[in-house]
Design a protein around this ligand. Structure first.
Ligand code: DGY
Length: 318
């Protein structure tokens, strides 16, 4: 019997590569750079199963070259990079990697929040210049976090994990989202309108998926509603924010700062953002811990095995 063919668009952490069942035939050895259009076409046209990343755009045209593809396992929780209906029309299952990256992404959200409020990256850069001459009472004053109000847009798994961590800082939590969620025992999260969350938050963190209605959810209209002392944190998807409106708000200091892990036109970043002191920029590291990235890969392999063996597919999204 022919072995199932697997196409992986990009090198995954070694423990995942080592876990690929030996009875699969790898179409190519994955490399650590984006696959070219030609490589994607070649892989998709011959594979039974594909593992792709959020940087691969799997549109109707690419899917039209498939001949026997049964599953696209997206190595991410977000799947805005895949045309789900085009896949469904061809009977191709699409899966994602929920749950396993919730804590890593929530932790990174807090790392950004702390970094921008307490000027961590700025301080580190200053020390490295060799020009620091010692402590002064007025040096690099940041903003308090403890006791402030955290606003969350999108109270799904990651939004809730971010909110839980706020308890350690005795923060009030407001959120706007499609569904009301129950606060864990001892915590009190308050659901409010988008405008109320915007106007009352000292820190606003974004955790909505990228869909048509969340594209530019935060633009000029929303930014002007935020407090001039507020910080905006984004570890969801770049196009949720209108990056040029954000740049104007940061330059004019109509908000105090931003912590960004994702960008509207990733990996291109609005160049002027790089020279602003009141912004901390990370290269899309939300799920980037070894343990998490291994778990994500193992989930992709589980979904592929379930599909190829005709079992129920755990993380199907279409
Ligand atoms: C995801 O899984 O959607 C994350 O953005 C990856 O880091």
């Amino acid at each position: 019997m022919a072995r199932p063919t697997l196409f992986i668009t990009r090198l995954l952490p070694q423990p995942v590569m080592d876990a690929i069942p030996t009875h699969y035939q790898m179409l190519t050895e994955p490399v650590d750079r984006p696959a070219t259009a030609k490589e994607l076409h070649c892989g998709f046209s011959q594979a039974d199963a594909v593992i792709c990343t959020l940087a691969d755009f799997i549109d109707a045209s690419l899917l039209s070259c498939t001949t026997k593809l049964k599953i696209v396992a997206n190595y991410a929780v977000g799947y805005n990079n895949i045309d789900l209906s085009a896949a469904a029309e061809r009977g191709i299952i699409v899966t994602n990697t929920p749950d396993v990256l919730t804590d890593a992404t929530a932790d990174l959200t807090w790392a950004l929040l702390l970094a921008v409020a307490r000027r961590i990256a700025e301080g580190d850069a200053w020390i490295r210049t060799g020009n620091w001459t010692g402590w002064t009472p007025t040096q690099m004053l940041g903003a308090d976090i403890t006791g402030k109000t955290l606003g969350i847009l999108g109270m799904g798994r990651i939004g809730q994990a971010v909110a839980q961590r706020a308890a350690g800082f005795r923060m009030s939590v407001l959120y706007a989202g499609r569904h009301a969620v129950s606060s864990p025992p001892g915590l009190s999260w308050t659901r409010q309108s988008l405008d109320t969350v915007l106007t009352h938050s000292d820190f606003l963190s974004l955790h909505v998926p990228l869909i048509d209605t969340t594209h530019h959810l935060i633009g000029q209209r929303e930014l002007v509603r935020m407090k001039p002392t507020a910080f905006l944190i984004n570890t969801s998807r770049g196009p949720i924010i209108d990056e040029s409106a954000l740049l104007s708000a940061l330059e004019a200091r109509t908000i105090a700062g931003a912590g960004l892990d994702v960008y509207e036109h990733e990996p291109t970043i609005t160049p002027a953002l790089r020279s602003l002191p009141n912004v901390v920029l990370l290269p899309h590291l939300g799920s980037a811990t070894l343990e998490t990235r291994v778990r994500m890969g193992l989930i992709c392999l589980d979904n592929i095995a379930a599909t190829l063996e005709g079992r129920s597919v755990p993380n199907r999204v279409n």
